[in-house]
Design a protein around this ligand. Structure first.
Ligand code: SAH
Length: 216
């Protein structure tokens, strides 16, 4: 059962969009996507539903968190999504970011290493009618069977950038990945050129839960 999406929730989302705009999110399509997705429906504990439209991260079980809305918006903006693109997401988590990506009419493949979260989020996204192909596995390895991808998004803090992910990008493709340890990462955008070389840019500091190896 989904918690209903009321006018009050919609109002809170409009307020969140204003806050994200003030924090520097300029892409109208990203702001529209934030406005469209009922973030409160991704919360397990009804007691915290009221907090769903504050710009804060939240526990979602299995020691993991749903990212700050501003982080989700910022990473989505960096991706520069176009209708019909093929996207690989590492760290499905609650599925909130997945739902935001789905607003862009892209084809989504998403990997989660926590089995309990994978099972729960798969059911939840089906219930919300959000179409994404979810995998239980180690995101470090990417998803070679479905590669190459136009865009790859990593939603956990990676200690290093793996060759596997870069090799699964199309020429002209983009990888958005927070790199760093101890709860402090620098957002990296890596663009694969037509000749296969990589151009890298940095976009400020963020805090993510760590990207961990192997399945759990
Ligand atoms: N995008 C999520 C945020 C999840 S937090 C959301 O909107 O809710 C990061 C997620 O990455 C966690 O669920 C964590 O279990 C997962 N994760 C960590 N290491 C991973 C790996 N190697 N492969 C796939 N998922 C991983």
């Amino acid at each position: 059962m989904l918690i209903p999406d009321s006018y009050r929730h919609k109002g809170l989302r409009n307020r969140l969009v204003d806050e994200l705009r003030a924090k520097g999110i300029v892409s109208e399509s990203v702001l529209d996507a934030i406005r469209a997705v009922p973030r409160h429906q991704f919360f397990q504990d009804l007691a915290f539903v009221e907090k769903a439209y504050e710009d804060i991260a939240f526990q979602i079980g299995a020691g993991q968190t749903i990212s700050h809305p501003s982080t989700v918006a910022f990473q989505t903006q960096l991706l520069g999504l176009k209708n019909g693109e093929k996207i690989l997401e590492i760290g499905t988590g609650s599925g909130y970011q997945t739902a935001v990506l789905a607003q862009f009419g892209v084809k989504i493949f998403s990997i989660e290493r926590q089995h309990a979260l994978f099972v729960r989020t798969k059911k939840h996204l089906e219930l919300m009618n959000i179409s994404a192909k979810l995998f239980f596995g180690d995101g470090y390895l990417g998803q070679p069977a479905y590669a190459p991808f136009d865009k790859i998004l990593v939603t956990a803090g990676a200690p290093f950038i793996t060759e596997a992910l870069i090799s699964q990008l199309k020429p002209g493709g983009r990888l958005v990945i927070p790199v760093g340890q101890d709860g402090k990462q620098v957002m990296h955008v890596l663009d694969k050129q037509a000749d296969g070389s990589i151009v890298s840019e940095e976009h400020g500091e963020f805090r993510f839960v760590p990207l961990l190896e192997k399945r759990n």
